[in-house]
Design a protein around this ligand. Structure first.
Ligand SMILES: Cc1ncc(COP(=O)(O)O)c(C=O)c1O
Length: 364
């Protein structure tokens, strides 16, 4: 069999997903031990997962010969209760849970788009929207982030189904004002187009950027959330989305069952109870961000304003060159070619990790 000729035609010239460099890559390439390496590349929390979540995962590990709930119903219910406590009308709204937010994105594309359709991206942004759409042969329309938000409504075509809007945005860190997003939602609703708002980093942002209050009024809005960032659970792979009840019922009808593993579900439910741990991660981010902005400035770098747990800055040298030198010193960050050849993104770590990064960068 020749997989190339059997492969879907639109995949023949498609690129693969580019993840950040791993501990193993740097260990092998530069002969370092794992404890000599600091990874600030994936916007993960280096503080670590809540001890309550780890204990909960361990407790159910022994029972994981059984499937868990098909649609993560108990976590769904906890998340819905949390929205209800915040005053949301849960007769109108619902939550779905996925294997990371990535799987929610995949399901929305599966539900609403075919090769005849298009999506709109506000670029540079999180690359998975592109990757997931390209995998399905869906046309991708790009609007540059230097254009106003309103231009997204002008860019949609008759075959457009979803507009992706990341706020706070990865990799730039900026967030979009809720009133601008509301105006866009209104225009898209009139055209029956979904507005997917990616709130992966919302826990780190100032509260006025939270768009959840819009979903009741605009049933075309879906908001994506994740346990990967502020809950420090990237490896557990749990994400979720807030949407209208009607949309939820369609989503669940076609959703892949058993997306969340038993340990991941138990861990996510326990993590929701550990408010103290979440706050510790948010506080560390505030302090680390202020430190890094100041120290980068002392080295002559201007970090972009960020509502997230990372900073984007540009160097005078090619980013890949700077990255290799940093990795040889045991510091992994990320080059961001979607922004520019000189753009680098650093995740905010613990105080000692941030200091080690600054020291290594100063040597570069
Ligand atoms: C903006 C944004 N959305 C979604 C994700 C993916 O989330 P998950 O780990 O839940 O799949 C990421 C991960 O980096 C992200 O940066």
């Amino acid at each position: 069999m020749n997989p190339n000729s059997t492969l879907n035609s639109w995949l023949q010239n498609s690129g693969e997903y580019q993840a950040g460099k791993t501990f193993e890559y740097v260990m092998n390439k530069y002969g370092l031990n794992r404890d000599q390496i600091i990874r600030l590349a994936g916007n993960e929390s280096t503080i670590g997962t809540s001890p309550l979540a780890i204990a909960a995962a361990k407790e159910v590990a022994a029972n994981s010969n059984y499937y868990d709930e098909p649609y993560s119903e108990s976590l769904m219910e906890r998340l819905e209760n949390n929205f209800a406590k915040r005053g949301f009308d849960m007769n109108k709204l619902g939550v779905v849970v996925g294997n990371g937010m990535d799987s929610v994105i995949d399901h929305l594309l599966m539900l609403f788009c075919s090769e005849q359709n298009s999506i709109v991206n506000y670029t540079p942004t999180f690359i998975y929207y592109d990757f997931a759409a390209a995998r399905r042969g869906i046309e991708i329309i790009e609007v540059k982030r230097s254009e106003p938000v309103s231009s997204l409504a002008q860019a949609v075509k008759d075959n457009s189904k979803i507009v992706f809007l990341c706020s706070p945005n990865n990799p730039t860190g900026d967030a979009i004002a809720v009133n601008e997003i509301e105006a866009l939602a209104k225009e898209l609703l009139a055209q029956n187009i979904i507005l997917f708002i990616d709130h992966a980093y919302i826990e780190f942002a100032i509260p006025s950027y939270d768009c959840s209050g819009l979903v009741e009024q605009y049933p075309n809005i879906v908001i994506g959330y994740t346990f990967s960032k502020a809950y420090a659970m990237a490896g557990y792979r749990v994400g979720y989305a807030l949407m209208s009840r009607e949309l939820k019922s369609k989503y669940l009808k076609f959703c892949t069952p058993f997306l969340c593993s038993r340990p991941s579900l138990a861990a996510a439910k326990a993590a929701l109870e550990d408010r103290e741990h979440l706050q510790k991660i948010i506080d560390n981010n505030i302090q680390g961000k202020a430190y890094l902005i100041t120290e980068l400035e002392k080295l002559g770098y201007q970090a972009r304003t960020s509502q997230a747990n990372f900073l984007l800055f540009e160097t005078t040298k090619p980013a890949t060159e700077v990255l290799e030198t940093l990795m040889s010193k045991g510091i992994i960050i990320r080059a961001m070619p979607s922004v520019s050849e000189r753009a680098l993104r650093v995740t905010i770590g613990k105080a000692a990790e941030n200091q080690a990064f600054i020291k290594a960068l100063a040597d570069v």
